[in-house]
Design a protein around this ligand. Structure first.
Ligand code: SAH
Length: 242
């Protein structure tokens, strides 16, 4: 793998490669992704139809979101740069009894940039969740999304805002106090403010359609969508200029 020439951070990929079989343990190190999955799926369904749509899930990990999208009748390709995550995704899909999953859910070890070269104009919807804060150049991925999407396609992103509150909640709280996610998962300087994301998206012909915050309720240990985007947020863009 020629990692240094690509838009990937080898230390980040190393971190995600270690998780191997722990990805699908709902009480394990990725439990936060499992906990937010229903509300982010609801956000996506609120933005666009999934039935029979060609969906690309960039930075899919072991397919926590990809599988949910396939269950809503989308034709999903999940890509990631961590080999073990792709293997865990493929292994988990095989444990499902639904035979149609074999044809509607595929995984591939690839970067968005490489796929944009081989499969331009191929997708109706792209999701890229909790991934952009782990790459050296997020704009490069958004540029690739423009190439990969068909005109009027949707781009759904989620990441962490760069605020004092997100530092306290997502790093100090989630990694060190509550130990909900492994220490060292997040780096504050890589967090992305919504206006920075909107500017990158706008520069590639995307129009913001919907924005929502993800709020954590420490008593019930549940997540819900909210208007507060100061920590974790979801954004839906449409490619109106292509
Ligand atoms: N999107 C999934 C997993 C999020 S964890 C979910 O929300 O459930 C972040 C994932 O991004 C990891 O699997 C990591 O390997 C992947 N990743 C990091 N840099 C990447 C890159 N440049 N290209 C593709 N995937 C990347």
């Amino acid at each position: 793998m020629t990692e240094l020439n690509q838009n990937i951070d080898p230390a980040e990929i190393h971190h995600f490669r270690q998780l191997g079989k722990h990805w699908w343990d709902k009480e394990g190190p990725m439990k936060m992704l499992h906990a937010v999955n229903p509300i982010r799926t609801a956000f996506i369904l609120d933005c666009t139809e999934l039935t029979n749509k060609a969906v690309l899930d960039i930075g899919c990990g072991a397919g926590i979101l990809s599988e949910a999208l396939a269950f809503h009748q989308a034709k999903v390709l999940g890509i990631d740069m961590a080999q073990e995550a792709i293997e865990a995704a493929q292994a988990h899909a095989k444990t499902r009894s639904e035979p149609w999953l074999n044809t509607s859910l595929r995984y591939q070890l690839s970067s968005a940039e490489d796929l944009a070269t081989s499969q331009p104009n191929s997708f109706d919807i792209i999701t890229c969740m909790e991934c952009l804060e782990h790459v050296p150049d997020p704009l490069s991925i958004i540029k690739a999304c423009r190439t990969l999407l068909r005109p009027n396609g949707y781009l759904l992103l989620s990441t962490l805002n760069r605020t004092p509150k997100s530092y306290l909640q997502a790093i100090i709280g989630a990694e060190y106090i509550l130990k909900m996610i492994p220490k060292g998962t997040h780096h504050y300087e890589k967090f992305i403010r919504p206006h920075e994301m909107h500017e990158w998206a706008r520069s590639q012909g995307f129009m913001l359609k919907k924005l929502a915050g993800i709020q954590y309720h420490p008593i019930t240990k549940n997540f819900s969508l909210s208007q507060d985007v100061s920590v974790n947020y979801l954004a839906c863009y449409q490619l109106t200029d292509k």
